[in-house]
Design a protein around this ligand. Sequence first.
Ligand code: SF4
Ligand code: SF4
Length: 667
Amino acid sequence: MLTVFEKLLFAVLVLAVIWNGYHAFNRVYRVIRRGQGDFDDANILRRTLAAGLSWLTLKPTWKTRPISSLFHAFIAWGFIFYFLVNFGDVVQGYFPIHFLGTGLVGDIYRLLADLLSVGVLVGMVYFLIRRFLFNAPALTFRPNVKLMERVQAGGVRRDSLIVGLFILFHVGFRFLGESFRVAGEGSADPFQPFASAVAAAWVGFSQNTLIFWQHASWWIALGLILAFVPYFPYTKHFHLIMSGVNFLVKPQRKALGALEPIDFSDESIEQFGAARLEDLPWKHILDAYACIMCNRCQDVCPAYTTGKELSPSALEVNKRYFINAHMADLAADQPSPQPLLDFAISEAAVWACTACGACIEVCPVGNEPMFDILYMRRNQVLMESSFPEQLQTAFSGMERTGNPWKMSASDRMRWAEGLDVPTVAENPDFDLLWWVGCAPAYDMRAQATAKAFARVLKAAGVNFAVLGELESCTGDAARRAGNEYLFFEMAKQNIETLNEAGARRIVATCPHCLHTLGKEYGALGGAYEVIHHTELIAELVATGRLHPRLAADGAITYHDPCYLGRHNGIYDAPRAALTAVAGNFIELNRSRNNSFCCGAGGAQMWKEEEHGDEAVNMNRYQEAAATGAATIAVGCPFCLTMLTDASKQAGAGVAVKDIVELIAESI
Ligand code: SF4
Ligand code: SF4
């Protein structure tokens, strides 16, 4: 127990820290609230439980890096338990009691505190060695990535060192304090096996020496907490709390990458998209506080992997260091001194994003860097009129002829000549509306998939119809490129057409159409059940309406399209459809939610790829070709184009086919 002087001193320090801490945390709150939008409190109880569970189990952390995740879990669980341990230590400092008693509960408490203390120390040593001894490449940025000066000058390393030493000394001295206590009590405590083992080293120390060190350890352990509290919101250790908050406030999106519309009828809106930090939704400012600077998002980013200037983690780190540098002004409602493009990310990086969603999927704290980039694109297009010039062709094509190829609307049904494909005018009592999509309608290679699907639908006796010349681009590419106004106009027109045609259930031959029609039109008044053609095929095979035979020409592998898999969670149906025809199916290493983009998403299809070391489609193709498969199966016309181009360039003769082509060949 503490002396009276110590008790008074500690109480005064605690009051000072509460005062200081309040101001530090209040500043953080005020900075975050500078962001746009309100808190959505729908289903708050269920969401709180789910967020609490994710926070406690560290569920998203386990997706990648299993060893680091394990050591991180030691630290995280230890630190969560240390909320109780620190409280217990204060109680024991003030009162002559054993916190939680000496019965079963007290025994369990001491055992957990002992085990978790050692867990935290082991975990922390692992991370310090990994960062400072081995200079883990996964924790660095390539030189072409834009970084704030402070980050470049080793800011993240310095921050990591301070946090690491704080944890080592705080937990280390608390643990040593317990060993001095055990030594002072004269016999080992079976419920503190590690502290008891260390206590053996203090044999021969006088009681006075042991008491002195017990007090010193108590003060160092808890004094460090007091010293650290005002600094806490400036460090990445803040993620301990902010990750949980982030899980709770993450928008309830219909799909991983579903964007929310801008209300163009609201004349009070002066800024479209994000030019400055405060133009971002407040959740995305919070992201910077939740970020643990682990670079997991960078690892999976197709743009970074292929040498482009884009690193989603650098974006979050830059935001955080910018906030730290201007915390007082931002909290006082002053405008950001610099636009995002000056410090957070380069313009080339903004245009390198394929909107694949991998950064969102992998992030262990629920960050969504992809949205920041798309909001910046909105600013570039709608406010600055500054975007890669090749996009202008696609924009004007969508605007004038209803397709990014700029081909005539009257040619939309030419692919179907001689196939007897009914339009809604010819078959108004259809059960299923087939949304063909621009690529299967106009692109020479993708037209084969449309023809194959028409054969499949007819073979299965499906009562379907297409919109024909009434169909127009969904606006997906315009939206991902930041041209929200063009998307809005196209979506409105399409919704009117679909509603007039009486569409309820829609099948799409393109995952981008599937995503936009099914997950984004709802916010603009178009509510439809939208399925992918592979889902329909799987359904037709399962119900016995389609009888494909096993194909015998070599192994088949499957590339999960980002907007089918990661964005919409459709992984099993394409595999079910494929296994009906593939005798030898090989799964890619980067598959399902860990799939690697083909390079066409995020409107990349309509512009030159940004400068890097390698083309995204070649990277993916080489992985698929290395499996030895004779055919790469896809479920998206853009993936089909990108991987076909890569296959031609590689000249290795690996075929690239849509699943529906394989099915059509087998019936
Ligand atoms: S969406 Fe994909 S390309 Fe864009 S930043 Fe995230 S991982 Fe990189
Ligand atoms: S955004 Fe997420 S994945 Fe990326 S560095 Fe931060 S915490 Fe890690």
